[in-house]
Write a new protein. Structure first.
Length: 249
């Protein structure tokens, strides 16, 4: 008995238009959920990196003070080239005229150009960590508006030299432990042209969730909201206006 073998052609069924639209909608929904979470994670990573940087600098300050009989490093106040003493960030080059705009070359080229000296390596804190990236928050990117922006994201409180009334720095133990020694500054402030400032001249940035990284004289590093920074400016003496004598100014 002959058997007839009938082969059935396989039927390939594609997606309908409605099914494709549903898939696209689901993908769009997932992207909408994940992107904010990824953005938040990236910002948290930047903030943690920034705190690590400033913690390294604050530890270097503590080691410097231990080596120099409790004296703090000079803060690069007014970029004083006549002083010829290294500040925490750099040593002013006496061969470079005051107000020189070539901070990019100073910071990035250094001694490759014979007209300029090495930059970070001349700072008084360099030997305690020797990491160039320590001076900048990874969220602080070009274009840098002010000159100091080429060098750092952080400024030292001018209270170290009584806001210019002293040639030498004070001792670390003269300050209240909770006083703010350094902060992540707002580069849009016009006075940012060296390594130090008045708290009200170069206020804190709001780069990290409307706040900034700050470091205290005891070496503690913490996040401070920009609004709280502004409130603290009204206290004299306080954490920001912290010259050991008088009203902190």
């Amino acid at each position: 008995m002959n058997r007839m073998v009938v082969k059935k052609r396989a039927v390939v069924r594609g997606f309908t238009l409605i099914e494709l639209l549903v898939v696209i909608a689901v993908i769009a929904l997932l992207i909408g959920i994940l992107l904010p979470a990824l953005g938040k994670a990236r910002k948290s990573s930047q903030q943690l990196h920034c705190q690590t940087n400033l913690k390294t600098i604050m530890q270097s300050v503590q080691m410097y003070a231990n080596d120099w009989k409790d004296f703090l490093p000079l803060p690069n106040w007014l970029d004083n080239r006549n002083n010829k003493k290294p500040g925490w960030l750099y040593n002013p080059d006496p061969n470079t005229p005051a107000g020189d705009p070539k901070w990019k070359e100073l910071c990035e080229i250094g001694d490759k150009n014979k007209d300029y000296i090495k930059f970070y390596e001349t700072g008084s804190l360099w030997k305690y960590h020797e990491i160039k990236k320590t001076y900048r928050c990874m969220g602080h990117k070009e274009p840098y508006i002010q000159r100091s922006g080429w060098a750092t994201s952080y400024l030292m409180n001018g209270a170290v030299v009584d806001y210019g009334r002293r040639l030498n720095s004070r001792r670390l133990t003269e300050y209240r432990p909770e006083g703010v020694l350094m902060w992540e500054a707002d580069e849009l402030s016009a006075g940012w042209n060296d390594g130090s400032s008045f708290p009200n001249e170069d206020r804190s940035t709001s780069r990290h969730d409307k706040g900034a990284t700050v470091g205290s004289f005891d070496g503690h590093v913490w996040w401070l909201a920009r609004a709280k920074f502004d409130e603290e400016l009204e206290r004299s003496p306080g954490k920001l206006w912290c010259v050991p004598t008088g009203n902190g100014h």
